[in-house]
Design a protein around this ligand. Sequence first.
Ligand SMILES: Nc1ncnc2c1ncn2[C@@H]1O[C@H](COP(=O)(O)OP(=O)(O)OP(=O)(O)O)[C@@H](O)[C@H]1O
Length: 453
Amino acid sequence: MNAKSPFKIFIVEDDPWYGQLLKYHLSLNPDYEVSLLTTGKDCLDQLSQKPDVVCIDYNLPDTTGDKLLTNLKSVCATLPVVVISGQEEIAVALNLLKLGAAEYIVKDEHTKDMLWNTVRQLRENATLRRELTELTALVETKFSFEKNIIGESPALKKTFALMQKAASTLINVSITGETGTGKEVVAKSIHFNSDRKKKPFVTVNMAAIPADLLESELFGHERGAFTGAVAQRIGKFEEANGGTIFLDEVADLDLNLQAKLLRVLQEREVVRVGGNQRVKLDVRVITATHKHLGEQVKQKQFREDLYYRVLGLPIELPPLRERGQDILLLAQHFVNEFAAINKIKSPQLRPEAKEKLMHYNYPGNVRELKAVVDLACVMGNGAEVTAHDICFSPAQADQEFTVLEKTMQQYSCDIIAFYLKKYNNNVVLVANKLDIGKSTIYNLLKRNEISLS
Ligand SMILES: Nc1ncnc2c1ncn2[C@@H]1O[C@H](COP(=O)(O)OP(=O)(O)OP(=O)(O)O)[C@@H](O)[C@H]1O
């Protein structure tokens, strides 16, 4: 069954009048396609039509309800089977339900309505199951390494190899890298490619939670543990049980909580704040930080014993500026993503726009590139993205000078042009500000090395 195809129902009933009555009643729903069959054999022969529900009469000419139910379940264990019976014996009903009947309905004046409700309920369940299957498939594709972590640079390929190792084992993982390099995406990908993918992935950002709340956030609390603890609450570690906990910005954890975290990791159990019951834990720990944890240890900001506990498999994500052509692969990916979300055709990235994207240092890494590309798609004319549409954040723009690798003369021209624009082409004022001669500026203008804007 999918959203558009009808919901197929088989009614297996040897009494033609009663069979027609049930068929007519269910067919009142235009989404249902109801077939009437008269024997168990017919029903089994027609299973290739893939019914969504089979409703069988208990007493059929060639078989009984329990036998047909067993046969149907052996062909398709998940097929919902509703048994309709003239007898009200509780033992029969119990036996059928034990054999896997979805529902047992007694033949009386309420049968039609009971069947209607049962089929509606089964259809809702089937829809939910289908949505769950689709979502699970989506989550799995969403986090397949190469499809979603864009990049082919040697640095990233090395990362993929490490991620593969992390996904196939249970080792703790520590991810380092500048902000926006993809630490969280990598952590999620490891989880969703591991045996734990159907269990929870729980993120806690140590830097985002006030220190006095963090302990109960991580480990939970019992009712009355502190003012405001009006009810028992399980912590993130318990929430992640069976799955993965992602401790983001772990270097920001204060020394007191570091000691508590160490104890939890060593004992593999947690005691909620204000409680004494020990809860066993089976949690994979992935940590991330943009700081250098080894340095933090040297500076006594991070406990050495905890450092070795969480280190596990270290994965260092390179900054975007060291990933070469990955910048363009990512830019194209974000252009396509923008177009898909906004239901438009992907605009072309002009060669000068690509050139400009390649010559920037991206202090905000992939997150910044995405923001720049999204904005460029908005600013562009829809068909193409030009260099003019690419705007880097003014807060970072000055850093362009450090990565463009221009000659001193070119840098001078850029600076003079910048000042001319800032001071409305007032050459005298700019010469004063930069402490250079007016003739220097005029000469550059004459040689077209700079131009007035
Ligand atoms: N290689 C990549 N391919 C596609 N998208 C990426 C890639 N790396 C990062 N992103 C995207 O960039 C954004 C930032 O990634 P993420 O949040 O994982 O970075 P982070 O290193 O955890 O950042 P922070 O240190 O600030 O928490 C997200 O939107 C993410 O989907």
